[in-house]
Design a protein around this ligand. Structure first.
Ligand code: NAD
Ligand code: TYD
Length: 352
């Protein structure tokens, strides 16, 4: 048996592939375009492992996807591949439309053709698992209840609009063609292999380099944080036992302001790698806010908990400690991803 994973060299995808192969022997075909966010170093521990086959390519390459489906006959597709950074989507939305919308469309069409060619038993067992985000629901007021699966869509950024569009395609391919789909909406992830353009790894990496720790606006925006391994276990549960055509919200009941997050990271660094120059929080710098910045996200995870018995294994305290420790132990990984392209991005976003 085999599954096809798209975007399996990125942050969550590589964590998923590593967790999957640590837990079972079912082979993984990993299709990833290796954009700036994809990194084969994340998968170095799988070198020589016959259960993992990496293919560099675009999900929008129909001929390639068709050939992978025909050759490997996967029983499921787990679709992570996406452009994923809100700030980049504000600077250049085009790539987000190409991959997240058109690429997902092509993948769905290839999946539909493949699924249509299967015998009845294989058809019934096949799954297309779409990995989506809570950002499609838009921003919550401070006192509003958390997002349930029936919350209306109100995407506010080019990124979330492109993910919302792909969600609608996935839904339509189920209702119109019967493709057996599953969709998960997860809150903000953190953990190993997180590219240091996103808040938590950026703060760790900048603090260690003695650079400013940029907080957008007043820093009181709220996100609901989940350790990446818990997102991976939720996807495995939904893939195994989720009801076809359903959507499941995934989160850890861990709402925190950005200010709290940055202070928590600084406090851990003060403990684990104290700086002679003083507490890391001295580096916190308020910078211009993100345009259209969503104020609050929060996930109501009762459906996945009640139906599938899924629960996160980590609290925020245990997960963030593991994360900071991982970055301290993997300075080589950090140095490797801080290429010229990364420096260009940092200069463009935060100024020289
Ligand atoms: P990421 O940016 O770290 O990784 C994306 C991966 O997709 C990279 O390896 C990249 O090379 C690959 N990719 C990009 N375009 C591609 C294309 N056209 N064809 C093939 N591969 C391509 O993203 P991530 O944070 O790991 O997110 C993975 C998925 O999870 C995304 O769909 C994202 O929307 C969703 N998600 C992320 C979060 C989060 O907090 N990071 C939360 C909820 C949902
Ligand atoms: P990010 O990690 O980009 O994830 P998302 O926008 O998908 O939630 O940002 C998390 C929060 O942190 C978001 O409210 C924006 C904020 N943020 C900063 O304050 N400073 C930064 O340098 C970055 C990258 C994000």
């Amino acid at each position: 048996m085999t599954i096809l994973v798209t975007g399996g060299a990125g942050f969550i995808g590589s964590n998923f592939v590593l967790d999957w192969l640590a837990g079972c022997d079912e082979a993984v075909v990993n299709l990833d375009a290796l954009t700036y966010a994809g990194n084969l170093r994340n998968l170095a521990s799988l070198q020589g492992d016959a259960r993992h086959r990496f293919v560099q390519g675009h999900i929008g390459d129909r001929a390639l996807v068709d050939s992978l489906l025909a050759r490997h006959q996967p029983r499921a597709i787990v679709h992570f591949a996406a452009e994923s950074h809100v700030d980049r989507s504000i600077h250049g939305p085009g790539e987000f439309m190409k991959t997240n919308v058109e690429g997902s469309f092509t993948l769905l069409e290839a999946a539909r053709a493949h699924w249509g060619s299967l015998d009845d038993a294989a058809k019934a067992a096949f799954r297309f698992h779409h990995v989506s985000t809570d950002e499609v629901y838009g921003s919550l007021a401070a006192d509003a209840p958390a997002f349930t699966e029936t919350h209306p869509y109100h995407p506010n950024s080019p990124y979330s609009a492109s993910k919302a569009a792909s969600d609608h395609l996935v839904r339509a391919w189920h209702h119109t063609y019967g493709l057996p789909v599953l969709t998960t909406h997860c809150s903000n992830n953190y953990g190993p292999f997180h590219f240091p353009e996103k808040l938590i790894p950026l703060i760790i990496v900048n603090a260690l380099a003695g650079k400013p720790l940029p907080l957008y606006g007043d820093g009181l925006q709220v996100r609901d944080w989940l350790f990446v391994a818990d997102h991976c276990s939720a996807i495995r549960e939904v893939l195994a036992r989720g009801r076809v055509g359903e959507t499941y919200n995934v989160g850890g009941w861990n709402e925190k302001t950005n200010k709290e997050i940055v202070h928590a990271v600084c406090a851990l660094l003060d403990e684990l790698r104290p700086s002679a120059a003083g507490p890391y929080a001295r580096l916190i710098t308020h910078v211009k806010d993100r345009p259209g910045h969503d104020r609050r996200y929060a996930i109501d995870a009762r459906k996945i908990e009640g139906e599938l018995g899924w629960r996160p294994a980590e609290t925020f305290d245990t997960g963030i400690r593991k994360t900071v420790q991982w970055y301290l132990e993997h300075a080589d990984w950090v140095a490797d991803v801080q290429s010229g392209g990364y420096r260009e991005w940092v200069n463009r976003q935060y100024g020289a």
